[in-house]
Design a protein around this ligand. Structure first.
Ligand SMILES: C[S@@+](CC[C@H](N)C(=O)[O-])C[C@H]1O[C@@H](n2cnc3c(N)ncnc32)[C@H](O)[C@@H]1O
Length: 412
C-alpha cells in the first residue's frame, strides 16, 4: 500500500499540482483515490521481486570463521608472494605468529594498546599486513577498526585472516589515501576516536605531508604517529624524512598535548630508533558537516559534531552518537572485507527485522545504515506513515544491488 501511496503522492507533489493536491488531500476524493491506488498495488510485480530479493539474500551462505583448506592455501600463496617483495609486519592467525615480518611489532603493540579506548572507532592508515588492526579487533571487541591499505596482496591477506577468525568489527579497504580522501571524510558526520599513522606519512608525496597531517588532525581527538629517523639509510622517500624530522611540531599546532610513547628499533638499522608520538586533545568541534557523502546539498541540513573527553561525540548539541561508521561513506573507500554477501545479507536483514517488529519502515537507503562493532544498524528510519520516503517496491532490490557491488551507486 505504501508503494502506491508513494506514486500517488509523488504525482500530487509535482509543482503545478501542489495547490490541487493540498485541496484534495483534505477531501473524500483523496480517500477514494488512495483506496483505488491501494487496490491496484496488490498486482504490482515489483513488490514480489523485493520479497524474492529478501529471501535470496538472506539464504546466501556466508563463510565466516573456521576457515577451510582453500583459504589456508590462498593465504600461504599470498604470504610467499609477499615474502619475495617485503613482509613488513608479523602475520598472526588465532593468536599464533604464522609468518614473521621485517619490522618488530609486539613492542610497538605493547605501547599502542594503552591508548586504544574500550569503545570507539580506530582508523589504521597504511595498515600493511593488518597486525595492529587485527590486534585491536581481537582485543577490543567494542571498537570498530577501519584498516586502510593500498596494497592488494596485503589487503587479501588481512581479509582471509579476518574471515577465518570470524571478525566483523573490522573493515578492510584497499585504497590509496591522499589528502582528498581525508577531505571527503572530514566533510561528513563521521566520528573517529583514534587515527594511527605508523611509519605511513613519509610514503606520501612530500608536498602532501603537511596538508595530510593537518587535515587528519582535525578529524580525531587522538593521533598516534610513528615517523622514521633521517639516520635510517635506505628509508623510503628520504627527502620527506629529512624535511619532517620534527613532525611533532606540526602536531603541536593542532594538539595541546603531544607526548612520545616510545622509540622502536628500525628494521633498516638496528642501531637507530623510530619515534612514536601520541597527540591528544580533550575536545573537538567540527561544523558544517553533510549527513553523508554526496548528499544533495541544498536539500539536506548540515550538522555540528562535538567531542568531549567525558561525553563522547554529540550531534547538533543534543544526540549522543553510537560507535560506528556510515556504510555508504565506507563504500567510497573500496571495501574488500567483509565480503559483499555479508553486507547484502546484513543490510537486508536489518530492515527486515524492523518490518517484523511492526515498524513502518521508511527511507531505506545505504546511507541510513551504520556499521558498529556488533554489526549493521539502521539509523533514521522514520516511523512516519505515508511519507514521500515510504518504502518503495524496489528499495530492497537497490540496497542489495549497492552492497552486491560494494560501490557507491546512485540508484535512488
Ligand atoms: C612502512 S609500512 C607501515 C605499516 C604499518 N603502519 C606499521 O607501521 O607497521 C607502510 C604501509 O603503508 C602502505 N601505504 C603507503 N602509501 C599508502 C597510501 N597512500 N594509502 C594507503 N596505504 C599506503 C604501504 O603499502 C605499506 O603497507
Amino acid at each position: 500500500m505504501f508503494y502506491t501511496n508513494y506514486y500517488f503522492r509523488k504525482f500530487l507533489n509535482e509543482s503545478w499540482l501542489r495547490p490541487v493536491g493540498r485541496f484534495i488531500k483534505h477531501t473524500s476524493i483523496f480517500m477514494k483515490l488512495e483506496d483505488f491506488f491501494s487496490k491496484m498495488q496488490t498486482t504490482l510485480p515489483t513488490s514480489k521481486s523485493s520479497t524474492n530479493t529478501i529471501k535470496r539474500v538472506l539464504s546466501t551462505k556466508i563463510t565466516l570463521g573456521g576457515g577451510d583448506t582453500q583459504q589456508l592455501d590462498g593465504l600461504n600463496g599470498l604470504i610467499q608472494r609477499l615474502k619475495s617483495l617485503e613482509q613488513y609486519q608479523d602475520i598472526e592467525l588465532n593468536g599464533n605468529t604464522i609468518s614473521s615480518g621485517t619490522r618488530e611489532c609486539k613492542s610497538r603493540w605493547d605501547a599502542i594498546k594503552q591508548h586504544i579506548p574500550q569503545r570507539g572507532v580506530v582508523l589504521d592508515l597504511g595498515s600493511a599486513e593488518g597486525y595492529f588492526s587485527h590486534r585491536i579487533a581481537r582485543e577490543f571487541p567494542e571498537v570498530l577498526v577501519l584498516s586502510f591499505e593500498k596494497d592488494t596482496i596485503r589487503t587479501n591477506i588481512q581479509s582471509i585472516i579476518f574471515s577465518m577468525e570470524g571478525l566483523t568489527n573490522v573493515v578492510v579497504c584497499q585504497t590509496e589515501i591522499s589528502p582528498l580522501e581525508i577531505a571527503r571524510l572530514a566533510s561528513v558526520v563521521e566520528t573517529i576516536d583514534v587515527i594511527m599513522a605508523l611509519s605511513f606519512l613519509h610514503h606520501l608525496p612530500t608536498y602532501q605531508i603537511p596538508t595530510f597531517l593537518t587535515m587528519t588532525a582535525h578529524l580525531t581527538p587522538v593521533y598516534i604517529v610513528e615517523f622514521p629517523s633521517p639516520l635510517e639509510i635506505g628509508v623510503c622517500n628520504y627527502s620527506a624524512v629529512e624535511r619532517f624530522e620534527h613532525i611533532e611540531e606540526i602536531l603541536k599546532r593542532t594538539y595541546p598535548s603531544v607526548v612520545g610513547i616510545g622509540n622502536f628499533r628500525s628494521h633498516l638499522d638496528n642501531n637507530v630508533q623510530r619515534k612514536m608520538w601520541k597527540a591528544q586533545r580533550q575536545s573537538l568541534t567540527r561544523k558544517n558537516l553533510l549527513p553523508y557523502m554526496s548528499a544533495p546539498i541544498p536539500f539536506v541540513r548540515t550538522h555540528t559534531l562535538d567531542f568531549r573527553d567525558d561525553k563522547g561525540w554529540i550531534l547538533d548539541n543534543s544526540k549522543k552518537l553510537k560507535v560506528g561508521v556510515n556504510a555508504w561513506n565506507l563504500l567510497h573507500y573500496n571495501i574488500v572485507y567483509p565480503a559483499s554477501e555479508w553486507w547484502q545479507r546484513n543490510s537486508v536483514d536489518s530492515y527486515k527485522k524492523l518490518l517484523e517488529k511492526g515498524h513502518n519502515v521508511t527511507d531505506v537507503r545505504p546511507w541510513n545504515l551504520i556499521i558498529t562493532p556488533s554489526g549493521l544498524e539502521v539509523i533514521d528510519s522514520k516511523d512516519v506513515p505515508n511519507e514521500i520516503i515510504a518504502l518503495r517496491p524496489d528499495d530492497i532490490e537497490k540496497l542489495a544491488a549497492t552492497f552486491g557491488k560494494l560501490k557507491p551507486q546512485f540508484l535512488w
